[in-house]
Design a protein around this ligand. Structure first.
Ligand code: ZN
Ligand code: ZN
Ligand code: FE
Length: 762
């Protein structure tokens, strides 16, 4: 075909292509390549009709694929040849609505370099305006009330554009063309500072007041992008203690915010990959290793050798943390809530709920429609490894390896997320929280309705955990009855396995070895599982190996008290309760005698094969922690004291599908008696678990020929264990699948449930 022949193309693009500057991008590309025709938004993506020479058309399509706008994500680009029309120019035309169409929505994205430059440019008309944004950055999901994503359907609806903003908004050559949250100091949201018995302060002065109060050691509640933060000076131990006391959060670590990665480098060891994650447009909290000489107070993260650090992600944060001589450039920025409740996001509720915690409030009048917590990641193999997938990532859908029915999976109880599927998309929600109180349950239900509405999903099936008592399972049960929909109960660890597979776009009927190391989950035999080797895929699973069952006296009471757990494990292993053992010392005589009766008569004592519990037991034996203040504290502290490198040492008894830690417990006690340091024992324990994993995988490969291993479950948040296990298994020539875009903890459960339910619907 001659290169200058005139041809016509109809192009349809799917993905995150609206609200991200896609049409002006197409418009300017069309003019670059002398094409005529039009571009428009539709309810299913972006449509283009273009005429031009063969060569120009090819370049145009290449450039769309290769170099789209920063926030765009093209999932599909289809073209069909059409007769060239008689267009004289290229235009952006009116949006088009199709029945049932739906498109993904961009998550909220940190301020872009262009806006940041303008923010600190005295000549710019938005100089120091805390809500500066453009099509390449700013709030999205948190301000969207409904679709289509247009200003009237966002919380920006009440701010009428001034003449200058309006000009930018309507000019296809402007960076703010159709940027829905566009605003300036004349027409947009405003900040103010308020505190009891103080006059309200507005504008730049409000920000300076907040800075000043922080410097004075006070606690300030700051309304951010997805909710409120509670902030204090992270160099001031008294301020941190006071924040812990008022927030009733005694030991769980606090996240920090610093101005830039050089500032972060003063406190932590940062690899180039970690630095890239810190600076990425999603701006997550990154878990980093503290420098040995880090001067920050220990009470930021008691018992840990890591710190969770994030960089500013809104213009307001930049103004707040702006460097200045003598000014603390590192702040505690923790979610604005009372322990365990969802993060506050409305001015009125923040003032009442956080009134006892914060001395002052930095507020603004841009409303948050959907609260979204900060995301938390670590670096693994150069990529983010999620502890919490939320702001900056959700609600970007995960891709499914094949089309899915419309399913609602309601997830687990702790670290809840839910998942709605349609076509090749799985919309895994932002972090909802622990479904243990009314407020969180309300947030869960409201968010489900919101997602169903904006992504046009009408579930034909509900998937939930096998555990019928979870509030999420109860919601599914109620709803499936009310709407007469089928429901699928999914075993917790099977869901973990399926989630890890889906996360790796697994589309083969092959089965893999799933190593699911977890806290708790209900098994198909009614027992509490959590140290499981499963073989399976989306279709089903069997359980060739698991940790031996040990007693959990008092259920949750044992989980909160590793000393009870340790005593129970010793009892079961036939190891005497010697008085000098730390967990035994930590129990009084009456507690011991009650415990003994409970164990002997098996009163209120379920059994568990949980790997998480084994970590708790070892932490108690080492005298690290006898009672926990937050979930998995003992295990986290155990990881944090381990000194590596170390070689595996303790043995598990592997027999007839059961992996018994009895010899391991005995050998640990003998090491302790021989005066071996706790941090060495902790390291040896980690290596021993890895050696056990390798041994069991070797047996399974011999029996089944399976070479692929998937790692899921909350215990795989232990980075020391995870890195060593990957290394060991790869050395043994296994292909190791780890979570990519979802966390290994229960934040992934909903995705796995959806994949399994979809399979059952076939
Ligand atoms: Zn921008
Ligand atoms: Zn304006
Ligand atoms: Fe789990």
């Amino acid at each position: 075909m001659p290169k200058n022949e005139l041809i016509g193309k109809k192009i349809h693009i799917q993905g995150i292509v609206q609200g991200v500057g896609f049409r002006p991008f197409i418009y300017s590309l069309a003019s670059k390549y002398h094409l005529t025709g039009w571009v428009r938004n539709s309810s299913a993506g972006v449509d283009i009709v273009a005429n031009g020479s063969t060569l120009n058309m090819a370049s145009f399509l290449d450039e769309i694929r290769i170099n789209p706008p920063p926030l765009a994500k093209i999932d599909q680009l289809e073209t069909i040849e059409v007769e060239p029309d008689s267009f004289t120019d290229f235009t952006i035309i009116e949006s088009h609505t199709e029945e049932g169409g739906f498109i993904p929505i961009s998550p909220d994205i940190a301020i872009c370099p262009d806006c940041l430059r303008e923010l600190f440019d005295p000549a710019d008309r938005r100089y120091r305006y805390p809500f500066i944004n453009c099509t390449n950055c700013g709030p999205r999901f948190t301000i969207i009330k409904d679709i289509p994503y247009d200003r009237p359907l966002t919380t920006m609806a009440d701010f009428k554009l001034c003449a200058q903003c309006s000009r930018e908004y309507h000019d296809p050559s402007d960076r703010r063309f159709h940027a829905q949250p566009v605003a300036c100091a004349d027409c947009g949201p405003q900040v103010w500072f308020e505190a009891k018995e103080h006059a309200k302060i507005t504008g730049g002065e409000a920000i300076q007041t907040a800075r000043h109060w922080l410097k004075q050691g006070k606690i300030v509640a700051i309304k951010g992008l997805g909710g409120f933060h509670l902030a204090c000076d992270a160099t001031n131990p008294a301020a941190i203690d006071e924040l812990r006391r008022r927030k009733r959060r005694s030991e769980k670590s606090f996240a920090l915010m610093v101005f830039d990665s050089s500032a972060a480098q003063q406190f932590c060891l940062i690899s180039p990959a970690e630095r890239a994650l810190l600076e990425s447009k999603e701006k997550p909290i990154v878990i980093l290793e503290r420098k040995p000489n880090c001067a920050l107070p220990a009470q930021i993260a008691p018992g840990l050798r890591t710190l969770g650090i994030m960089l500013p992600y809104t213009p307001l944060h930049y103004l707040l943390l702006e460097p200045e001589a003598d000014y603390p450039q590192v702040w505690v920025m923790t979610s604005g809530n009372l322990s365990e409740e969802p993060i506050a996001y409305a001015n009125s509720t923040a003032l009442s709920e956080l009134g006892e915690i914060a001395d002052g409030f930095l507020l603004n009048d841009r409303e948050i429609e959907t609260r979204v917590d900060d995301s938390v990641i670590a670096e693994l193999r150069g990529k983010p490894y999620f502890f919490r997938r939320s702001r900056g990532y959700a609600p970007t859908p995960l891709r499914s390896p094949y089309p899915l029915r419309e399913i609602l999976a309601v997830g687990a109880e702790l670290k809840n997320t839910f998942c709605l599927t349609r076509g090749e998309y799985a919309f895994l929600s932002h972090h909802i929280g622990d479904l243990e109180n009314m407020e969180t349950l309300q947030a869960f239900e409201n968010s489900i309705s919101h997602y169903e509405r904006i992504f046009k999903i009408d579930p034909i099936c509900l998937a939930h955990d096998l555990h019928a008592d979870y509030l999420s399972s109860q919601y599914a049960q109620k709803r499936s009855q009310a709407e007469n929909l089928p429901q699928v109960a999914v075993q917790h660890h099977h869901a973990h396995l399926a989630a890890c597979l889906a996360d790796n776009l697994w589309d083969s009927p092959e089965a893999v070895i799933g190593i699911i190391f977890d806290g708790t989950g209900l098994g198909t035999d009614g027992k509490i599982w959590g140290g499981e080797f499963l073989i399976g895929n989306y279709d089903g699973f069997y359980r060739p190996f698991h940790l031996a069952e040990y007693p959990l006296p008092g259920g949750d009471a044992a989980i909160r008290q590793p000393r009870r757990l340790a005593a129970a494990y010793l009892w079961k292993a036939g190891i005497p309760w010697e008085e000098d053992l730390p967990p035994i010392k930590a129990l009084n005589n009456q507690e011991k005698s009650v415990l003994l009766t409970q164990l002997e008569k098996s009163i209120n004592t379920p059994v568990t094969s949980s790997m998480g519990r084994l970590f708790d037991v070892v932490a108690a034996l080492l005298g690290l922690r006898q009672v926990i203040n937050y979930e998995a504290q003992a295990a986290i502290e155990l990881e944090n004291i381990a000194v590596c490198p170390e070689k595996g040492k303790y043995r598990f008894n592997i027999e007839a599908g059961v992996i018994d830690p009895k010899p391991l417990l005995e050998e640990i006690l003998s090491d302790l008696r021989n005066g071996i340091q706790a941090n060495l024992v902790a390291a040896r324990f980690h290596c021993s678990v890895v050696e056990m994993v390798r041994a069991v995988c070797d047996i399974l490969r011999k029996e089944t020929g399976i070479q692929k291993v998937a790692l899921s479950g909350g215990v795989w948040q232990n980075m020391l264990l995870t890195r060593q296990a990957i290394e060991g298994l790869e050395k043994d020539n296994f292909q190791v699948l780890t979570h990519q875009a979802t966390p290994p903890n229960d934040g992934c459960i909903a995705l796995g449930q959806a994949m399994i339910a979809n399979q059952q619907l076939k």
